[in-house]
Design a protein around this ligand. Structure first.
Ligand code: XUL
Ligand code: CO
Length: 438
């Protein structure tokens, strides 16, 4: 059986190629900044958008043509879909994939039946991983779609639901381990609130902290050594998501003594919903040693919600790769948490979308590597802070100076010397020059 008969394995053909089923920039074995592109980028296909999105929206039904999927909730359909997914990963030459428990296997009539369904599909996933060499970047539990989670999962007011969520994460951890998952993600879709009139925020956050500790303990118990990740997002579905941005997540992790066990999975569209640039979120996580992985997508600033589009803008991908080269990404990956538009309903569009974004990230990597190699931004940055490289600057940074001492210096020096220009416009042009050249 082949679901994509018109596609053979996507090859690198170089920037001059007009073939939409070839890479123009992503050349997996090409070495950039000391590593191959494959090692740097660790491209990952998401199961939920690519194999479960139907194209339906609040105004209309499904549009996607997916001939291999009979639309049923049977385990048989789920297994067939899994094999198609691996044909796709293989032809795209994507080294990783990621899933929620409920993307890959259907819920059954009871929790025990649901777990059995998950095991049955996991068996196929394992077989396909072994056949193709494609690996699981991360697993996660969907604790937001089912109505039982309407008040939250790990922050619910309902103990029975909390218990159910715990069982779901336990199982998802077991399956992620069984499939050698490199990470395990928590995105708290329903972990937030709509109004404080009915919400005990402190109690909910305490429960969330306990929940994460139990997950960490259980991972240890079963020997799962993958990295735990939290994915920040500020709003949608709830008005106030607890994990609203990188700073909120890190503050939470620190408050509940979890920083040793968790890093962050930063998503572009979530960053912009939080009113930040992706680069800000990456730098904030990176500077604290907490940059784990990225969900690579983009929003539409004119729409302003979580549109999960494929990123094709070199300016964005180069900015992202600048930070990833600085802090590194492994054990994470460039995970395409992105979906084709409702109008892009043909299976071939899945290839066009991924190829386009893989190329954009590969080009971004080359731009960023050149900027770093030539110190194009580093030298102006060093110069800008040069006054701090003095004896006094060093003493302040080392915590050896006092306000009185600084006041004495200020009295002697008089009006501080005028600083150099910030040169933002010049630096933006420098950035563009590298986009042209890479
Ligand atoms: C939701 C989102 C999720 C997470 C995994 O906005 O990004 O798909 O990536 O639960
Ligand atoms: Co995401």
């Amino acid at each position: 059986m082949t679901a994509f008969p018109e596609v053979s394995k996507i090859q690198y053909e170089g920037p001059d190629s007009d073939n939409p089923l070839a890479f123009r920039w992503y050349n997996p074995s090409e070495v950039v900044a000391g590593k191959t592109m494959r090692e740097h980028l660790r491209f990952t296909v998401v199961y939920w958008h690519t194999f479960r999105a139907t194209g339906s929206d609040p105004f209309g039904g499904p549009t996607m043509l997916r001939g291999w999927d009979d639309g049923s909730d049977s385990v048989e359909n789920a297994c067939r879909r899994a094999r198609v997914a691996f044909e796709f990963f293989e032809k795209l030459d994507a080294p990783f994939y990621a899933f929620h428990d409920r993307d890959v296997a259907p819920e059954g009539g009871s929790l025990a039946e649901t777990n059995a369904n998950f095991d049955a599909v996991a068996k196929v996933l394992k077989e396909e991983q072994e056949r193709t060499g494609v690996k699981l970047l991360w697993g996660t539990a969907n604790m937001f779609s089912h109505p039982r989670y309407m008040h939250g999962a790990a922050t619910t007011c309902n103990l029975g639901v909390y218990t159910y969520a715990a069982a779901q994460v336990k199982k998802a951890l077991e399956v992620t381990k069984e499939l050698d998952g490199v990470n395990y993600v928590f995105w708290g879709g329903r972990e937030g609130y709509q109004t404080l009139l009915n919400t005990d925020m402190k109690r909910e956050l305490d429960h969330l902290g306990r929940f994460f500790h139990m997950a960490v303990d259980y991972a240890k118990e079963i020997g799962f050594t993958g990295q735990f990740l939290i994915e920040p997002k500020p709003k949608e579905p709830t008005k106030h998501q607890y994990d609203s941005d990188a700073a909120a997540c890190l503050n939470f992790l620190r408050s509940y003594d979890l920083t040793d066990h968790f890093k962050l999975n930063i998503e572009t569209n979530h960053a912009t919903l939080a009113g930040h640039e992706m680069m800000h979120e990456l730098e904030y996580a990176g500077m604290q040693g907490a940059l784990g992985s990225i969900d690579a997508n983009t929003g539409d600033l004119l729409l302003g919600w979580d549109t999960d589009q494929f990123a094709t803008n070199y300016y964005l991908t180069a900015q992202i790769m600048l930070v990833l080269l600085k802090y590194g990404l492994s054990p994470g990956g460039v995970n395409f948490d992105a979906k084709v538009r409702r109008e892009s309903f043909q299976p071939i569009d899945l290839f066009y979308a991924h190829i386009g974004s893989m190329d954009a990230f590969a080009k971004g990597l080359k731009i960023a590597a050149k900027i770093i190699e030539e110190g194009a931004l580093q030298h102006p940055l060093q110069q800008r802070y040069a006054s701090w490289d003095s004896e006094l600057g060093r003493r302040i940074e080392a915590g050896q100076a006092s306000l009185s001492e600084l006041a004495d210096v200020a009295l002697q020096q008089g009006e501080p010397p005028v600083n150099e220009s910030g040169r933002q416009e010049l630096l933006e042009s420098v950035f563009n020059r590298y986009i042209d050249r890479a």
